[in-house]
Design a protein around this ligand. Structure first.
Ligand code: SAM
Length: 175
């Protein structure tokens, strides 16, 4: 089980990026998205809308304290992976993370991330040492963690499914 915790969301400014963090989480194999601090209805409703149409399982939580969530996660036996350009390279970290049976909480930031998360994380993982984007970092981390197997995820529920097609655009209603 992999959940993604999004820190430091600013209403308006981060609406699209935060929504993309959640959609990338869902598309590449995570089963939960947690928004720290605010409950931005725009983000929450659009992610829930995608789950309603395209399926799950995918849970959405919001308005939590990031610190408390991380502590609870660890107390419950889970491990915490913080994505940061200052961490250990993803290729070096992923084998041990993938081998561990513990539930994983992947933490991504917006602006500056507090020291707390660097200290509390079981892993500080970098996707290269250049500054880029939480969306890109999350996509690559999950792809490595699941070794590309996200393409075989069988989303249940929802009512829409895309049929691959060389000329686009075939969408089917699920049985
Ligand atoms: N400068 C900020 C800091 O010092 O924490 C990070 C800003 S960056 C736009 C937002 C988020 O993208 C970071 O918190 C991190 O989760 C992710 N990120 C950006 N570049 C990354 C990299 N090279 N490796 C892993 N994560 C990265």
């Amino acid at each position: 089980d992999v959940y993604v915790l999004r820190l430091g969301h600013r209403r308006e400014r981060d609406k699209r990026v935060t929504t993309h963090v959640a959609l990338v989480a869902r598309a590449f194999g995570a089963t939960g998205f947690v928004l720290e601090g605010v409950c931005d209805e725009g983000v929450v409703e659009s992610v829930k809308g995608v789950v309603a149409r395209w399926g799950g399982p995918f849970t959405v939580e919001c308005g939590v304290s990031g610190r408390r969530y991380v502590r609870m996660w660890r107390e419950g036996g889970g491990e915490v992976v913080h994505l940061t350009m200052y961490g250990v390279n993803v290729d070096d970290a992923v084998p041990a993370i993938a081998a561990s049976p513990r539930r994983k909480l992947v933490v991504v930031g917006a602006e500056k991330v507090e020291r707390f998360y660097y200290d509390e994380a079981d892993w500080n993982v970098s996707v290269g040492t250049q500054p880029h984007s939480e969306v890109a970092a999350l996509a690559i981390f999950l792809d490595r963690l699941f070794r590309g197997e996200w393409r075989f995820i069988d989303y249940s529920g929802g009512f829409l499914r895309v049929m691959e097609s060389p000329r686009g655009k075939r969408v089917e209603r699920k049985g």
